[in-house]
Design a protein around this ligand. Structure first.
Ligand code: AMP
Length: 215
């Protein structure tokens, strides 16, 4: 099993890039945010508990995420390449991940940091639209759907994510700086970090990431 972490601020493009890269190299794109949104939509106990945090732009408690990732690792096959998008997000989650992967006799192979300035991030998050059904991501100016408000992939309605409202975006960025940004220095010190310029088209950034993974 190969484990690659995609690090970056909210709106850095982790999900968009991971989806493209995963298709190209037959990896599994694991988005903890998407898993939580799914749990919220299904109204599971974990989803109901998570929604309060997500709506405010706060992080869901570490134990919920660690249990989710533990289950994923247990179910993964030895030949799987896992692209972790949105986990770990705290130093505590990173330490728990080390324990989990050691239990499965694997290690974190690489951490790709998508570097995007805050001005670009704000523009991306404010213009982001997601499919209410399949979760595909669009942007009103940089990645518009063929028909306004409609998903190109499944024809369902495009919506603004609850946590993409301006006041929530601001809080998510503060939370990122305080709790997640320290992981960049940590993985850098472990010589696992590769910087990628995350400004550019989704295809270009995905191509840069895919090239790194193929090395
Ligand atoms: P994302 O789709 O990655 O932007 O995640 C959306 C929201 O899900 C975040 O703002 C958090 O509330 C929650 N979330 C996703 N991943 C994590 C994580 N690793 N730890 C805590 N909360 C998370």
């Amino acid at each position: 099993m190969k484990i690659v972490i995609l690090l970056g601020a909210p709106g850095a493009g982790k999900g968009t890039v991971a989806a493209r890269v995963a298709t190209g190299i037959s990896a599994r794109h694991i988005s903890t945010g998407a898993m939580l949104r799914d749990a919220v939509a299904k109204g599971t106990p974990a989803g109901t508990a998570a929604k309060t945090f997500m709506d405010k732009g706060e992080l869901v408690p570490d134990n919920v995420l660690v249990d989710m990732v533990d289950e994923l690792l247990a179910a993964a096959a030895s030949e799987d390449i896992l692209l972790l998008d949105g986990f770990p997000r705290t130093l505590n989650q990173a330490r728990s991940l080390e324990t989990l992967v050691a239990r499965h006799n694997v290690a974190v192979d690489l951490v790709v940091y998508l570097d995007v300035p805050e001005s670009v991030i704000m523009e991306r998050l404010c213009g982001r639209r997601v499919c209410s059904c399949c979760g595909a991501v669009f942007h009103i100016t940089t990645l518009p759907p063929k028909q306004e408000g409609i998903c190109d992939l499944c024809g369902s309605e495009l919506i603004i994510r609850d946590d993409d409202k301006p006041e929530t975006i601001h809080n998510r960025l503060l939370v990122y700086e305080k709790l997640t940004a320290p992981l960049v220095a940590m993985y850098n010190a472990e010589n696992k970090l590769v910087h990628v310029n995350g400004v550019g088209t989704a295809d270009d950034v995905a191509e840069s990431v895919a090239a790194i993974l193929k090395r």
